[in-house]
Design a protein around this ligand. Structure first.
Ligand SMILES: *Cc1c(COP(=O)(O)O)cnc(C)c1O
Length: 470
C-alpha cells in the first residue's frame, strides 16, 4: 500500500514512512492511495477475536511490516492492556440502543485503542532504523494522556504535549502532568485547543526544524491513528449482527477532530455494512453545519461540558474533503488555501441539505448534553460521559422511538468515547448525584505533577523543545 498527501506534494510513501512523517511534508494529510474492498472477507472476519481482526484490517494498510512482526505488535497493543480483556470494545445494550464502550484502556478514553498501537509502532520502527523521535502533540484532553501512556519510558522517544491552559478537565490535566518519566514533557499553552493544534502544525510544517529534531506526530493527523480505529467499526457490525440478527447498522459518533468518524467512513468505503454514520458535535458545530449545508466556516470556540470536542478546525476534515472532491489535490489545495485566507469554504451538496447521504449530522447544546446524561441514567441506570452524550442526544433527535422510516429496523450503535469518571462535575450537574467514579481516577489527586507554562507562540514552544532535548 502506498500513501500520498492530500495536497499532492510528496512522493508516494510506504506505511512505516507515513507513520514517521505524521503530517505530510507539504502541509497536507497522508492518505492511502487505494481503499481496499473487503466485502469478501466479512464472513471470515465475523468470528475473530479483536486482536485477530485488528491484524487482518491493519495488514491491508501496513504492507511493509512482515505478518509475524505485525501480529506481535497488535497482540502487545490489545492483549492484557484493556480492563475488559480479552474484549477491547465491549458492547452493552442500553434501552433500544447499543453502546460500544471504548474506554476500557489505561487512560479511559477511546484514544487508547489507537495510541497503544502507535506507541508500539514507533518503538518497532525506531528499533530497526535507529535514531530518535520527538513527538509534538496537541490535546483537547484525552489524546495527551493516551499518547503519554503509549510512549512513557520508551527508549529514543521524547513526547511534548500541549494542552490549552485551564481548558481541560482537572482530571484530564492530572492524568497527563502526574506522569513524571524523564521522556514526558507537558506544556500548558495560554490559548485554546485550536491554538495548540496550530502551533503543532506550524512546527511540523517547518521542515528544517522537523528534520533536525526528528519531529513526529501522535495526533490523528497520523494515519496510524485512523487506521487503528477502523477495526472497531467492523467489530461493531459483527457484534450487532450477533445480538440483533440485523445485517446493517447505524453508528453515532461524537466528533471533534473528525478522526474517529473518519475511521468509520473508511470502514464503510471498504465494505463494512454501515448504512449511516451520525456525526454529533457539541456547540462547536462547524462540522454539523457543513454536513447540512456544504459550507465550512469558522466560528468562535465555545467551552462545553464535552471539552475534548471544543474544536473549530478539525484536522481530519481535510482527508474527507480530499476524497469528496475526487481525490484531486489541486482542487483540495485551492479549497484549503481559501479556508486559510477567509475562514470558510463551500462545496456542493449531493442533495438539498445533505453533503453526503451516508453522514447525517447534528449538534447537542450544553442543555442537550446534560439532558441526555440524565435521561440515559434515569431510563436505563447507565451513566454516559458528556462526549458520548452528544452522540446519544443527536441520534435521539433524528430517530424518535417508534418513528417510521427506512432506518427504523436498523440497530443503532453509540460510540462511547470516555469513562464518565473523567467528567464527574458534568455527571453530577446532570443527575444531581455523585455517580462517576473509577479507583485510578480517584487516586490521581494525591500525585505530584510537572508542567511547563508557555505563551501562545510557536517559537517559545520550539525553544522549549530544543532546550529540553539538548
Ligand atoms: C478526542 C475525543 C473525541 C473526539 O474524537 P475525534 O476523533 O477528534 O473526532 C470525543 N470524545 C472524547 C472523549 C475524546 O477524547
Amino acid at each position: 500500500m502506498k500513501y500520498v498527501s492530500t495536497r499532492g506534494g510528496i512522493e508516494p510513501l510506504e506505511f512505516q514512512d507515513a507513520v514517521m512523517m505524521g503530517l505530510a511534508d507539504d502541509g497536507g494529510l497522508i492518505v492511502p492511495r487505494d481503499i481496499p474492498n473487503v466485502s469478501d472477507c466479512l464472513d471470515d472476519w465475523a468470528n475473530m477475536s479483536y486482536p485477530q481482526l485488528a491484524f487482518e484490517v491493519i495488514r491491508l494498510f501496513a504492507t511493509d511490516i512482515p505478518d509475524e512482526d505485525l501480529r506481535d505488535l497488535v497482540d502487545r497493543s490489545y492483549i492484557g492492556v484493556f480492563d475488559s480483556d480479552p474484549e477491547v470494545a465491549p458492547i452493552t445494550p442500553v434501552g433500544d440502543r447499543f453502546v460500544m464502550e471504548l474506554w476500557h484502556g489505561p487512560t479511559m478514553s477511546f484514544k487508547d485503542v489507537a495510541l497503544q498501537l502507535l506507541g508500539n509502532l514507533f518503538e518497532y520502527i525506531l528499533a530497526a532504523r535507529g535514531g530518535k523521535l520527538n513527538i509534538l502533540a496537541a490535546t483537547s484532553g484525552d489524546t495527551g494522556s493516551a499518547a503519554i501512556c503509549g510512549v512513557r519510558g520508551r527508549k529514543g522517544i521524547n513526547i511534548f504535549v500541549m494542552h490549552p491552559s485551564g481548558r481541560v478537565s482537572p482530571i484530564q490535566e492530572r492524568q497527563m502532568t502526574s506522569v513524571l518519566d524523564d521522556n514526558v514533557h507537558n506544556i500548558a499553552i495560554d490559548g485554546s485547543f485550536d491554538d495548540c493544534q496550530r502551533i503543532m502544525k506550524t512546527l511540523a510544517g517547518d521542515l528544517e526544524f522537523k528534520r533536525t529534531h526528528s519531529l513526529g506526530a501522535v495526533n490523528s493527523v497520523n494515519w496510524a491513528r485512523v487506521l487503528a480505529q477502523m477495526v472497531y467499526y467492523f467489530r461493531g457490525v459483527f457484534e450487532l449482527r450477533r445480538l440483533t440478527g440485523c445485517d446493517s447498522i447505524r453508528v453515532s459518533v461524537p466528533t471533534g477532530n473528525f478522526g474517529d468518524i473518519l475511521a468509520g467512513w473508511y470502514a464503510m468505503q471498504m465494505g463494512a455494512p454501515i448504512s449511516q454514520l451520525v456525526l454529533a458535535t457539541n456547540d462547536n458545530d462547524i462540522l454539523s453545519r457543513f454536513f447540512n449545508s456544504g459550507g465550512y466556516s469558522l466560528g468562535e470556540v465555545h467551552h462545553t461540558p464535552a471539552p475534548a470536542m471544543d474544536i473549530q478546525v478539525a484536522s481530519n476534515f481535510e482527508r474527507y474533503l480530499y476524497h469528496k472532491v475526487g481525490e484531486d489535490p489541486d482542487r483540495l489545495r485551492t479549497l484549503m488555501e481559501q479556508f486559510a485566507r477567509t475562514g470558510s469554504l463551500e462545496i456542493e451538496c449531493d442533495s438539498p441539505g445533505a453533503v453526503d447521504l451516508s453522514i447525517e449530522a447534528g449538534s447537542a447544546s450544553t442543555d442537550d448534553i446534560l439532558a441526555a446524561i440524565r435521561t440515559c441514567w434515569e431510563s436505563n441506570g447507565y451513566v454516559i460521559d458528556p462526549h458520548t452524550a452528544c452522540g446519544y442526544s443527536v441520534v435521539g433527535v433524528m430517530a424518535p422511538v417508534g418513528a417510521a422510516g427506512p432506518d427504523d429496523s436498523e440497530p443503532t450503535l453509540c460510540i462511547a468515547t470516555a469513562h464518565p469518571a473523567k467528567f464527574p462535575g458534568a455527571i453530577e450537574r446532570a443527575t444531581g448525584e455523585d455517580l462517576a467514579h473509577h479507583p485510578e481516577i480517584d487516586a490521581l489527586g494525591d500525585l505530584p505533577t510537572r508542567c511547563e507554562e508557555i505563551g501562545n507562540d510557536p517559537q517559545a514552544v520550539a525553544d522549549f523543545i530544543v532546550r529540553t532535548i539538548s
